[in-house]
Design a protein around this ligand. Structure first.
Ligand SMILES: Nc1ncnc2c1ncn2[C@@H]1O[C@H](COP(=O)(O)OP(=O)(O)OP(=O)(O)O)[C@@H](O)[C@H]1O
Ligand SMILES: [Mg+2]
Length: 284
């Protein structure tokens, strides 16, 4: 038997937990983050709204992002989606910079559209407003990018869409149009549309805040189910603190363009360290 296998089987649960927390693989090598923001700032005109963010996310990690309105949460999510370019600093996915690429001679240059598209394929995003195509059926909303971006055949795309719609509990709505769905159902289609692409990381930006209160539960339940399956990393921008506590491995509290505090859900919600976070939690 090779040595590695012996070591793995002898590693007890506690040792494994410590190793995973420190992002080490079984042989003690550091596991590179899936997503990394380094020294990221963003200004709109004279207004600096992100003031220097350093943040790492690992494969499969569920990260909740909480904080007051205007603190820059959506802007950070949009950067991953290549929709917003940092004013300074670097964002990488899988060790590759989003906004810079090397030319043939190894010199850095601004990313071209091909590079940006390749980076974007690693990321899914679900927004507050579902932005489904109203003139397309649920099936077509979910398969469109599979056929047009990933170049899957119509049959393959259909099969994947069925599998995904089953997961969000909407297989029976395959041939319906968005106008025939409730808000919660529309949002579940939007979730299916993002996940069917099998991105490495999905940004969920306040996906329940436009819903009637009685529809929030069904959407959060679907996200929880998908989170449990594990593989996809999730950035959950949310003001649903119970949900964040339940789903997240780690919670980030940002305010005024900076990360103020980060920790496990217990650390953030039960033992907040900063006055800023205590005030925020007390106001909810
Ligand atoms: N395209 C833009 N042009 C100018 N200002 C912008 C732009 N996008 C965002 N901002 C400003 O940047 C700040 C941060 O916005 P952002 O949407 O990232 O905050 P947020 O934390 O997501 O807030 P909320 O909780 O309300 O969604 C806000 O003051 C916003 O008005
Ligand atoms: Mg926002």
């Amino acid at each position: 038997m090779d040595l590695q296998v012996v070591q793995d089987s002898e590693e007890n649960n506690e040792a494994q937990a410590v190793r995973k927390r420190n992002h080490l693989d079984p042989s003690g090598e550091i596991i590179e983050p899936l997503v990394e923001y380094s020294g990221v700032t963003k200004s709109f005109g004279d207004l600096e709204i992100i003031k220097g963010i350093d943040l790492q996310m690992h494969a499969g990690e569920k990260l909740a992002f909480i904080g007051p309105s205007g603190s820059g949460k959506t802007t950070l999510g949009r950067m991953l989606m290549t929709l917003e370019r940092p004013t300074s600093g670097i964002v990488t996915i899988d060790g590759e910079q989003i906004w810079q690429m090397k030319d043939k001679r190894g010199k850095w240059k601004a990313a071209n559209e091909t590079h940006l598209r390749a980076m974007r394929e690693k990321v899914g995003m679900v927004f507050q407003h579902f932005n489904l195509f109203p003139h397309l059926s649920v099936e077509r909303n979910v398969t469109l990018a599979l056929t047009s971006v990933l170049n899957l055949s119509r049959d393959e795309a259909h099969e994947r869409a069925e599998w995904m719609l089953k997961k969000v509990g909407l297989l029976d709505k395959l041939h319906n149009y968005p106008s025939q769905l409730s808000g919660g159902q529309k949002q579940r289609v939007a979730i299916a549309r993002a996940l069917v692409m099998r991105p490495k990381v999905v940004v969920f930006d306040e996906v329940t805040s436009a819903l009637d209160p009685e529809l929030v539960g069904e959407v959060l339940a679907v996200i929880k189910e998908i989170a449990k399956e594990g593989e996809t990393a999730m950035m959950l921008i949310t003001h649903e603190m119970d949900f964040a506590r339940e789903v997240a491995d780690r919670v980030i509290f940002g305010a005024e363009g900076l990360i103020v505090e980060e920790g496990t859900p217990e650390e953030i919600f039960d033992r907040p360290q900063s006055e800023r976070l205590r005030t925020f939690l007390n106001r909810l």
